[in-house]
Each structure stands twice: as structure tokens, then as C-alpha cells.
Design a protein around this ligand. Structure first.
Ligand code: ATP
Length: 643
């Protein structure tokens, strides 16, 4: 009975929960009463014998503790160990309330946030801000490679929100023929919605919005300057070409109206001054300012760093010209002088010239008038055009064109620090049109690493490269047309090396291993170059060539040689990484670890273009920076920009 009374009575021990509240209150009262009668205090251990040693008498030095104070050993096992469970990984499962300790921590954190002036609730991710890694913290190796200008993430998010309103080309106030021509420039595509680069650039270039706040307002007069920076393969060509053509067409209409008005005025004047027939005759002979009598005075110039890009941008411009009705003249040093002259000094005039800076600068020296009517100057791959190799000729063209220039548009997939600084000094009012994913390699591109130091390669990079290509091409190699299987499309692989001399060496080795590999560099024969690249840049007819087509080639090979059919490889340098629209490339092999993050972005940017998937493979050999590669992979995995 006594035991039962004790067990039921203690209001603080665990068995309390076994009793309902009314009984509990009653038992508590009973227990207190018994204690008073016995002169014992609450909290005496149940295990202690009633016949224990007598307690010291109460007094000033030994006051009676409050009845509500817990015994010090109440939570202890008989052997003195604590009964409290250690929190384990599942300790917080199924809780409906925040534990007191955590609650206090959260309150403390909120107080600190308030003191620091950080407003708003915690991020939706639920992650602790104080524990969140800062953007640049983990990239120690990349920091050493640091060459790219950093765009704040707050600016990127703001741009992302703005882009949502342009979900179709019809939303841009472009002239009717230009909207129609978009489909010509984007053949074989099911969807033709503006890309982020186009949604950012087209409204700004049409003058619809002032995009960027400039810190310094310069008093300098001159053209409106724009920097369009968007990730690789995001459709920058159309982003600058469509608004430029729109402006050209509007200018043409305006000039025509002005000419008509002028002719009307002249006719009226002539009537009034009928006696002065001589003046009238001269006026009638004066050439009109139209392209028909004004050859080689284009309205727009597009500068690109290589002949391959001249051909590529020229092809896009030509496809648009059928509907928009303008004349495009792509010229490069790989063309003969006659071809260049015919293109440029066409009696029907020319509206858009596409060239490399050195060629155009040299033509402008002998024909300064060629740049006299230019209203739009575009520098595609601006980071290349303003580096040491092209800067002089680019600036020369810029200076000559400045008097008539209305818009200067610089375009690039990367903004290196030197370019950022140069532009900030030279064009402090420049509008920066930056897409949210600038400097980030899309997550749809995976990056794998092959450790060349390990078996079976033992430091032999060429062997590792050949083996990697064989593994990629194996599926198509197994194809047997006689077995009635479906034809497999040809696989196209780009191999990037750092030095031009290595292109030939690596290509020859791969050929020896039965791989269809070609070297592509500055000194490759121009006609061969076009053929080599053609197969890689065309997603349509050329890309759909199937295994059956190459079967003929296979038959021509020596019977005893093991070859890899249906796989084409180009071994190239940076030349092949700038702007070339290699839409049909799924695999890029980085034979050498690139020197900078800029090169990483451009080289890996040859795959995974315009929403496609891609795979990059780095061959990590002796002496290569494994830490840089690791951090690039990490950044790609997290979808972050490289620094
Ligand atoms: N709105 C669009 N919808 C679908 N495809 C598009 C669109 N705009 C452009 N493209 C296609 O995307 C591909 C890449 O375009 P483009 O060469 O202009 O990219 P880029 O941004 O200049 O790339 P890089 O930085 O490598 O030079 C082209 O094949 C083009 O036809």
C-alpha cells in the first residue's frame, strides 16, 4: 500500500503519466500530507531506506529547499549513469515541436539577424545563412585561375524575372518581315521561342528599356554602347542581328520618305524658279543616297575573330536576307581578292559587312569611305576582339566609324577582367545586358575525368584519348547493317589541345588507332577546313548521315585493320572553341587541362548547345591541375558560375 502510494504520489517521476489528472492531484495532496507528518522533504529517493541516518536540523545554514525543486539524482540510474538518451541521427524524427534548445538557438539567430539589419524570413531552402558557404569560398584553385569578371547573383535574379515577359518573338516590336524571317534562320526547329540572351538583348537594342543603372554618368557623346554577355550556344547571333536589321529597315524607310519629301520640295522650287533650269538639271543628276548608287558603304559591320565565324554568321545573315531583303557581304582573308571585291563593291550596294578586324581595317585604309555610313558596329566574341591580337585593328575600325555610329554592340560568352576594366574606362555609360547563367556551364553538360596516371594508361595521354574515343564510339561500331537494326547517327567528338603543334600529332596517333580523326588549326587548307567543320556544324543533312553511308568507307580500309566506324573526331585548339556552332557535337574531350576558366567555358560550350545534352571528358595527366578540374566539376554540379 505504501509502495503504491509512493509510486502514484510523486508528481515529477515518469509514472505520473499513468494516472489521470484528478487522481494525480489527490495523490499529490496525500503524499504532501504524509511528508509533512514525517518531516521529510519531497524528492527523497525511493530507494533510500526509511531507517537512514538522521537529517541535520533546519536553520539559517540549512534552509528547507522549495518543494518544487527536483532531486539531483532523479534522472539517474541506480549506478549513477544518466538515463538521458544521446541524440542520434533519428533523434528528431516524428517530433511535432521544436526542442527547447533549438528554439533558443533560433531566437538567438533571429536576434543577431535583426541586429545586423538582415530583414525578411529565412530562405525557403531552410538553410542557415550563417552556415551557408559564400559564393567564392570553396574555389581556391579557381581563384588562382581567376580571370572572369563576377556578376552579382542579385542582378542575375532580377534579370530572370524580367525575361519572363518575352516568351515569344511576336512580343518584340520588330518589323513584320523580320519576324517572318526568324523561321528561315532557325530551320528544323519545333520551338522558336526567344532564348534568355534574345529576351535580354532585343528589347534593349530596340530602345524599349534602359537596362542597367550606370554609376558614373559621363558627359561623353557618342554611340549607345551595349555589352551582351550570355552563355555559349544561347543564340547571341540572332539577338544582335534582328534588332540591327530592324534599325536598317527603318532607316531605309525613313530615308526613302525624306528623299520623296525632298524631291517634292525640289519640284515645287523648280516650278517657282522655272527660269533657272540649269540648277534643276544638276540636282537631277546628283546621286541619291541609296545603296543602288552607293556601293561599299554598309550600314552595319559585324566583326568576328576568325574566317570560320565569318562564314557562319554570314550564313545566318544570308538566310534572313531572303525575307528581309538586304545585302550581306561576308569577307575573310581566306577568300580571293576578286571575291572580296565583288562582295564589297557590288553595284547593287551592301547593307551588312561581316569580316575579321585586320582585313576590314586594311580595306578601310585604302577606302576610308567604306565606314562613312555605318550606324551599327557589332563585335562578336568581344573578349577576343579586344585582346592583344585584334585590339589595334578593332579600335581602328571603331575610330573611323564613330562619326556616323549610333549603336556599338559587344557580344561575348565571357567577360574577362581585362575587358571589364577596359570597357568601364572607355564606355562608362555602357548598357550591360547579362543573362542569369553567364559564366556557368549548363548542368545538362556532364564532366567526367579520366586519370591518365593510372592503369592501363600509365601516363600515356594519347592512349587514354584513343581509348576514350573507342568507348564513346563503341555503340556505333557494333552496328551491323545486315542485321536489320536501325541506323545509328554518326558520333562527332571534339578533342581540344592547348598547343597548335599537338593537333597534328594527336590526330595522326588517333588515325593509327583506327579513328577517323582530323587536325583543325589556323594553317589547315581553307577548302579542307570548310569540309571538316561542315560535318560538325550542321545538325540537319550532314548530321543525319548514318552508319550505312560510312559503310562504303569501311570497305575501303585494309581488311586486317580494326577501325571505329561512324565516329568522327576533330583535334583542334582554341580556334575551334570560339563561336563555332557545333550543334551536332555530344562529346568534347579536353586532352589538355585548359589554362583558364574562360577556355573551360568556351571549349565545353561546343557541346550541350541550345538545350541539348553533352558530355565533357578531361584527361588528367601527370602535372595537370587536378584541383582546378575538381572545382570546375563542383561548380558545374551546383550550376554556379566559374570565377
Ligand atoms: N530562339 C531560338 N530557338 C531555338 N534555337 C535557336 C534560337 N536562337 C538561336 N538558336 C540556335 O542556337 C544555336 C546557337 O546559336 P548561336 O551560334 O547564335 O549561339 P551563341 O550564343 O553565339 O554561341 P557562342 O557563344 O558559342 O558563339 C544555333 O544553331 C541557332 O540556330
Amino acid at each position: 500500500m505504501l509502495l503504491l502510494r509512493r509510486v502514484a504520489a510523486c508528481p515529477f517521476c515518469e509514472v505520473r503519466s499513468l494516472l489521470g489528472p484528478p487522481q494525480l492531484r489527490q495523490q499529490t495532496r496525500l503524499y504532501t500530507q504524509v511528508q509533512r507528518e514525517r518531516g521529510e522533504r519531497h524528492g527523497a529517493s525511493f530507494s533510500r531506506s526509511r531507517t537512514g541516518p538522521p537529517r541535520p536540523s533546519r536553520g539559517r545554514d540549512n534552509p528547507r529547499p522549495s518543494r518544487m525543486v527536483l532531486s539531483e539524482d532523479v534522472g539517474q540510474k541506480p549506478d549513477g549513469r544518466t538515463t538521458r538518451k544521446k541524440p542520434d541521427a533519428f533523434g528528431y524524427l516524428n517530433r511535432t515541436e521544436v526542442p527547447r534548445g533549438l528554439e533558443r538557438m533560433r531566437e538567438q539567430r533571429e536576434r543577431i539577424r535583426e541586429q545586423r539589419g538582415i530583414r525578411g524570413s529565412r530562405p525557403a531552402t531552410g538553410r542557415d545563412d550563417s552556415k551557408r558557404r559564400t559564393r567564392t569560398e570553396p574555389f581556391h584553385a579557381l581563384k588562382m585561375h581567376s580571370s572572369l569578371h563576377q556578376v552579382p547573383y542579385s542582378d542575375r535574379s532580377a534579370t530572370k524575372r524580367k525575361l519572363e515577359q518575352y516568351d515569344s518573338f511576336d512580343k518584340f516590336p520588330l518589323a513584320e518581315p523580320i519576324l517572318k524571317a526568324v523561321s528561315d534562320a532557325l530551320p528544323n526547329l519545333e520551338y522558336r521561342n526567344p532564348t534568355p540572351a534574345q529576351a535580354v538583348a532585343i528589347p534593349a537594342l530596340l530602345g524599349l528599356q534602359k537596362t542597367v543603372r550606370t554609376k558614373v554618368k559621363s558627359k561623353r557623346t557618342g554611340p549607345d554602347a551595349f555589352l551582351l554577355a550570355a552563355e555559349t550556344g544561347s543564340g547571341k547571333t540572332l539577338a544582335y542581328l534582328l534588332p540591327t536589321l530592324d534599325a536598317i529597315k527603318r532607316e531605309e524607310v525613313q530615308e526613302k520618305e525624306d528623299a520623296e519629301e525632298q524631291a517634292k520640295k525640289d519640284a515645287e522650287e523648280a516650278q517657282a524658279n522655272a527660269h533657272d533650269r540649269r540648277t534643276d538639271m544638276f540636282a537631277a543628276d546628283e546621286p541619291e543616297n541609296t545603296k543602288a548608287v552607293d556601293p561599299a558603304r554598309p550600314r552595319a559591320i559585324i566583326l568576328v575573330p576568325s574566317a570560320e565565324l565569318v562564314a557562319q554568321v554570314g550564313a545566318v545573315a544570308k538566310s534572313l536576307s531572303h525575307t528581309v531583303k538586304f545585302r550581306a557581304a561576308p569577307i575573310s582573308a581566306k577568300m580571293s581578292a576578286t571575291v572580296i571585291r565583288n562582295q564589297l563593291f557590288n553595284p547593287n550596294g551592301v547593307d551588312v559587312v561581316i569580316s575579321t578586324p585586320p582585313l576590314l581595317a586594311s580595306i578601310a585604309q585604302t577606302n576610308p569611305n567604306i565606314l562613312a555610313r555605318v550606324t551599327h558596329l557589332i563585335c562578336d566574341e568581344a573578349d577576343s576582339l579586344f585582346d592583344r591580337s585584334f585590339k589595334e585593328s578593332t579600335n581602328e575600325i571603331l575610330d573611323r566609324a564613330t562619326p556616323s555610329l549610333k549603336k556599338l554592340i559587344l557580344c561575348s560568352a565571357t567577360i574577362p577582367k581585362y575587358l571589364d576594366k577596359y570597357l568601364a574606362d572607355k564606355y562608362p555609360d555602357m548598357n550591360r545586358l547579362v543573362t542569369p547563367n553567364l559564366h556557368a556551364i549548363p548542368r545538362r553538360v556532364q564532366l567526367g575525368v579520366v586519370d591518365v596516371n593510372k592503369d592501363p594508361y600509365r601516363g600515356n595521354k594519347m592512349l587514354a584519348c584513343a581509348d576514350t574515343i573507342w568507348q564513346i564510339g563503341k555503340a556505333s561500331a557494333d552496328y551491323d547493317p545486315t542485321a536489320g537494326k536501325e541506323a545509328i547517327p554518326i558520333k562527332r567528338i571534339l578533342v581540344f589541345v592547348n598547343e597548335r603543334e599537338d593537333t597534328e600529332e594527336v590526330a595522326q596517333y588517333l588515325s593509327k588507332k583506327g579513328i577517323d580523326a582530323l587536325a583543325f588549326h589556323r594553317d589547315t587548307d581553307p577548302s579542307r577546313q570548310a569540309k571538316i567543320l561542315g560535318a560538325f556544324t550542321n545538325d540537319g543533312a550532314a548530321a543525319s548521315k548514318t552508319a550505312a553511308e560510312t559503310e562504303v568507307k569501311k570497305e575501303q580500309q585494309p581488311a586486317n585493320k580494326r577501325t571505329l566506324p561512324n565516329t568522327k573526331v576533330i583535334v583542334t585548339t582554341d580556334l575551334g572553341s570560339r563561336g563555332i556552332d557545333t550543334v551536332s557535337v555530344r562529346h568534347v574531350i579536353l586532352y589538355d587541362v585548359p589554362h583558364t576558366t574562360i577556355d573551360f567555358i568556351h571549349r565545353l560550350g561546343r557541346t550541350g548547345r541550345m538545350g541539348r545534352r553533352g558530355r565533357g571528358i578531361v584527361l588528367l595527366g601527370p602535372g595537370d591541375r587536378a584541383d582546378v578540374v575538381r572545382e570546375v566539376r563542383e561548380a558545374m554540379f551546383r550550376g554556379e558560375a566559374l570565377i
